[in-house]
Design a protein around this ligand. Structure first.
Ligand SMILES: Nc1ncnc2c1ncn2[C@@H]1O[C@H](COP(=O)(O)OP(=O)(O)OP(=O)(O)O)[C@@H](O)[C@H]1O
Length: 349
């Protein structure tokens, strides 16, 4: 299958700063593709090359099988680019609504080029507002809406031209956690209902974890790790990815409140992560029987990752070096991802 979005060897240079450094990225139709990284990693710059709001310094951009940019040049006319851009909706952290216009007028504005009659325009705008659950607020002004509702208007507007791709650039960063989840769930529903590909830029693993099926982790203008959400979550390779995953699991955050000097001066601390579907028996009880580890559980949690239940445990084990190796092997043979945690440096999340 050809990717719907295909960025090849894309770099973006601002003076001496290579904001994006030779990135390859393929996104398939129907993906909710999370691009995660800290501020300044290059996420926005990379994703803005998809609709060429940012032209690359090098590399090529292909969308829906059309080569839009290559060899430092646009490969389509400005007019064609404008038409193709309409099929790539975009939402941002700041909702960018027209404050003097009603909600309905804000949405209708995106359709002003479409040659619709007033009646058609109103009908279509109301339909879009219905899609985002805001039909009853059509006559309100943006200032009369909550942040979450304003973002819904922005989403309705982004959907006006029936795009097949929606880019969400930190669209939930200014919202409280509950509203964030509602907006993410809306994007998930739109992805299913409209077969809309979603590119989700965020610095929050929680957001990616809730809705994405694939993920790329960016640092210093490069993608340092990528894969399905499950692969990356269960087998993070890079330190930065582990930090994001660990942060989302909350485990380190919670363990920071423990006084290890008092409860376990000699015991070793481990984090176990596993798919509940893979691990049917109590691995900790089995481990204890096999190696007499005197296991004690400090933290346990199950959460659903894109529909799959994932268990996380933090356990203390009494082990010498040899038994430690055996214990890790024992757990890994049962599809458990084991990370040894240092009791002294749990603060970096
Ligand atoms: N128009 C620009 N001109 C000059 N430098 C820029 C421009 N846009 C971005 N940069 C620089 O490129 C680098 C990557 O920025 P970018 O906004 O893509 O990162 P990000 O990962 O999206 O971070 P954030 O979430 O803070 O936006 C940063 O060093 C930034 O200062």
């Amino acid at each position: 299958m050809t990717a719907q979005i295909n960025l090849k060897n894309v770099s973006v240079q601002f003076g001496d700063n290579k904001a994006v450094n030779n990135v390859n990225l393929k996104i398939d139709k129907g993906d909710i593709y999370g691009v995660i990284g800290f501020s300044g990693a290059g996420k926005s710059t990379l994703v803005r090359t998809i609709n060429l709001l940012q032209q690359p310094s090098a590399g090529s951009v292909e969308v829906n099988g059309d080569l839009l940019f290559d060899d430092g040049k646009l490969k389509v006319s400005k007019k064609q680019l404008q038409q193709k851009r309409r099929k790539i909706g975009m939402i941002f952290q700041h909702f960018n609504l027209l404050n003097e216009e009603t909600v309905l007028e804000n949405v209708a504005f995106s359709l002003s080029h479409a040659g619709l009659t007033d009646n058609e325009l109103e009908k279509k705008s109301l339909h879009l507002l219905e899609l985002v659950g805001l039909k009853d607020k059509a006559d309100f002004y943006p200032a009369q809406l909550s942040g979450g509702q304003q973002q819904r208007v922005a989403i309705a507007r982004a959907l006006a031209n029936e795009p097949d791709i929606l880019i969400s650039d930190e669209a939930t960063s200014a919202l409280d956690p509950k509203t964030t989840n509602q907006i993410l769930d809306l994007l998930y529903d739109l992805n299913k209902k409209l077969k809309l590909t979603v590119v989700l830029i965020t610095h929050e693993m929680e957001a990616v974890k809730r809705v994405a099926n694939k993920i790329a982790v960016m640092e210093n203008g490069q993608i340092i790790e990528r894969g399905t959400l499950r692969e990356v979550f269960l087998h993070p390779q890079k330190d930065l990815t582990r930090q994001f995953v660990g942060g989302a699991l909350q485990v380190r955050h919670i363990l920071n409140n423990y006084n290890f000097d008092a409860i376990a001066p000699d015991d070793q601390l481990f984090q176990l992560v596993y798919s509940i579907n893979d691990v049917t028996k109590s691995v900790v009880a089995d481990l204890d029987v096999a190696l007499d580890t005197k296991a004690s559980i400090l933290y346990g949690n199950v959460e659903v990752l894109s529909g799959e239940p994932i268990g996380t445990l933090a356990i203390l084990l009494k082990l010498d070096a040899e038994k430690q190796k055996q214990a890790i092997k024992f757990l890994e043979n049962r599809n458990v991802v084991v990370t040894k945690l240092d009791k002294g440096v749990l603060t970096n999340d």
